[in-house]
Design a protein around this ligand. Sequence first.
Ligand SMILES: [Zn+2]
Length: 154
Amino acid sequence: MKTPQWAQDLIIEACIYLGLPDTPAVTWHKSKQHKHSSGRAWQKRIHVTAGSSRQDQKLVVLHEMAHVATPKEHHSTRFWEVAIGLYLHFKVSHKYIIEREKTYRANFLEVAEQMGLRGSKKAIACKRKQQKRRKKFFASLEKNKKLIVLTPLK
Ligand SMILES: [Zn+2]
């Protein structure tokens, strides 16, 4: 499928904003079943599998553009600074940014808080609570010698 015009325009605007010398090649596929989109980025190419939500397509395009702008960074602090900068510049709502990206285990929420995203403090508190619960859960497993079947997530 041809990349929609709005996405092509967004990518050009993102390149200008990021100071990139050139636009990446874009391949665009439509997902038949999903609301959420997914993407992949290489240094000069991005691929988007577009779900049904336009808001999510936009966020994923910007997420992949942040990867193009920060090659080899993966989801580092620097990557999140660039990604969140893009989201804010192109007016993705704070609420949606947090909702969509908080599942990353990396330092997204810490960067989001530093950059003043509304809802980040609450999401951090929630995440800490979950971590505490998880720790407690695994401590009790260990106590009962049931750790053989489950490995804790970091
Ligand atoms: Zn990513």
